[in-house]
Design a protein around this ligand. Sequence first.
Ligand code: HEM
Length: 243
Amino acid sequence: MKKFGDEYIRRFGLSRIIEHWLNAAVFAVLVLTGLSQKFHDYSVSQWIVMTLGGIDVTRLIHRYTGILFAGLTIPHILAASFGFLFLKWQPSIIIHKNDFRDAIVNIKYYLGLEEHPARCDRYDYKQKFEYWGVVVGGLLMIATGAILWMPAFTARFLPGEFIPAAKALHTNEALLAFLVIVIWHIYNSVFSPEVFPIDTVMFTGKISKERMMHEHPLEYERLFGVSLEGSKAEKTSEEEMMT
Ligand code: HEM
């Protein structure tokens, strides 16, 4: 099979890379200042709160970082919707019925019941799951955070039960989001054998051709106008020779 060595393709532009790292930084501050309030009995939480200057400062940092988070999330959704509707952006992140099929194919593949893994496009079903988790979860955090910030104002328009409900949602979704990022996202971008010791795509914006053929074959075929179907058999026999 033809080897591409270290030939790379651009996957993300600079604005996407900046947006990703801004989101990561803002999320880290929200987790740190939020979870240290939730788990206030732990000495590590008390250390964080005292280091930041006390509970009032911690709450203030959390709220204003929350505004920054909304300032990243809402324009992202508006820009993406505008792009899809008026600029003919490809809706490659939209969940499609093929994603469910791909997930089943991969489970069977890992169980040895399928010969080849799923052939994914620009974003596979795991990446879409994470993306929509961040978008939907982010909107929930913004709405419930705003209710917690202005309970008296909220109670003028909505039944009072919305305030404890918002608190339950905000605090539990925070823990869920934190665990998903730590377990799922960090595993996929650092510890997964496919990328270890680190996935460099979100630093350089580039992906190797070889990795793209392996992980996003449908996108590769579209970009280069080739079919990789034939090379699957070649790859399998190559893998067999190596084992
Ligand atoms: C993904 C982002 C976020 C995470 C992980 C997060 C996490 C948390 C956590 C764990 C708590 C403590 C809840 C408890 O005591 O049980 C909290 C409280 C709070 N959060 Fe967030 N939050 C996020 C986003 C936001 C946003 C966007 C806002 C504002 C719009 C916000 C405003 C608040 C407010 C007002 C409180 C109550 C504590 C206080 O009065 O300062 N949060 N957050």
